[in-house]
Design a protein around this ligand. Structure first.
Ligand code: TXA
Ligand code: MG
Length: 339
């Protein structure tokens, strides 16, 4: 049985956090909200606990996990952003080096939706990193996530809290739909504000390399650290393990198009039940904002909802090929891939 506990997303109740931290310390699995998507957490320093994540998700062992750190306690009264950066000692529990680029990016974007790939320490079990020499680290910007990590007293390995290749969860109900009975506890902290998984950047090479686009865009990264290399999918296995093309997919086939109305009509004429996701269309559609940030925040929830309906196809018009849409376009492309 998965226990579900409501938690205040801005001021998490200490007794709720304590219960969840007890589950983590006992080697169990806790789903919790972050500012991007819900994560499925386990003690990152316990190979047995982390093995439970792979089993619950049905995740291939070749796909490494992100290790989440808490950063310092929330300052009271608030101190400037620059001083809210996580303690390097916390990062150095899992990383064997903290390159200059990592320090600069963390100073600017942590806590936040940015994951940094750095050399790993021996204390991180091989199962976390798919036996690779690097570890992905992120400090999430969500009070529940940070309180849980702090109370557990250990970094948390946490992928998105969904079965492998399925749609990522941005609401507690999405987690339950996918993982009910497979995990010990779900902290229901309401909807995630960001809606897309973090930007992943490998900072072990001469230039930082973007492994997964996210809400922190390449130009935001470049403002801090100069040139960033791209190469999200075509790179070798060692550089971006787990970048399988099919990922984040609804069960209902998703059709990407340059012209939603034309495609919608074509599919209807084939006798299919069709729904479009967009704005200002002729045929039946579910509204989604044309602002990239709002679109990102609502995309997975909209796809979960349409996937629950009785449709044969979901039609989506591809947003423009501009930097602010890069993460959305990446997820749409993966969601539409059938293998
Ligand atoms: O926003 C997020 O990042 C969410 C929340 C829960 O923090 N987590 C998330 O985890 O999206 P997951 O497991 O669904 O995606 C992790 C990504 C995968 O693409 C994986 O291949 C990559 O990070 N990754 C993890 N460790 C890596 C490593 N050592 N080297 C390269 N890529 C790595
Ligand atoms: Mg995922």
């Amino acid at each position: 049985e998965t226990v579900v506990l409501k938690v205040d997303p801005t001021n998490p109740e200490p007794d709720v956090i304590r219960r969840a931290a007890d589950v983590i310390r006992a080697g169990g699995l806790v789903a919790f909200p972050t500012e991007t998507v819900y994560g499925l957490g386990a003690n990152a320093l316990s190979a047995d606990a982390v093995a439970g994540i792979f089993t619950a998700k049905g995740r291939p062992s070749t796909n490494p996990l992100i290790v989440h750190v808490s950063g310092p306690a929330e300052p009271v009264p608030p101190v400037p952003q620059a001083r809210r950066v996580p303690d390097v000692t916390e990062v150095l529990n899992v990383a064997s080096a903290w390159p200059e680029t990592a320090a600069r990016l963390a100073a600017r974007f942590w806590p936040g939706p940015l994951t940094l790939v750095v050399p790993k320490r021996d204390s991180v079990p091989d199962i976390v990193t798919a036996c690779g020499p690097t570890v992905a680290v992120r400090c999430p910007n969500h009070p529940v996530a940070r309180a849980l990590i702090r109370a557990a007293g250990t970094p948390l390995a946490a992928p998105s809290a969904n079965r492998s290749t399925e749609l990522s969860p941005t609401r507690a109900e999405h987690v339950l739909k996918s993982l009910n009975e497979r995990i010990d506890l779900l902290l229901d902290g309401g909807p995630c504000s960001g809606g897309l998984e973090s930007t992943v950047v490998d900072v072990t090479g001469e230039f930082p390399r973007l492994l997964r686009p996210g809400l922190i865009t390449v130009s935001m990264l470049e403002e801090v650290c100069g040139r960033v290399e791209a190469g999200v999918r075509s790179e070798g296995v060692a550089r971006s393990p787990g970048q399988m093309v099919k990922h984040y997919s609804p069960r209902t086939p998703l059709v990407l198009t340059e012209d939603a109305d034309t495609e919608h009509q074509r599919l209807m004429e084939l006798g299919l039940r069709v729904i479009s996701l967009g704005y200002d269309l002729i045929y039946d559609y579910k509204f989604i904002s044309d602002d990239p940030g709002e679109y990102a925040a609502d995309l997975y929830a909209a796809l979960h909802e349409l996937d629950n309906g009785q449709y044969d196809r979901i039609v989506i018009e591809m947003p423009p090929d501009t930097p602010e849409w890069a993460a959305v376009r990446d997820r749409l492309t993966r969601a539409a891939a059938r293998e």
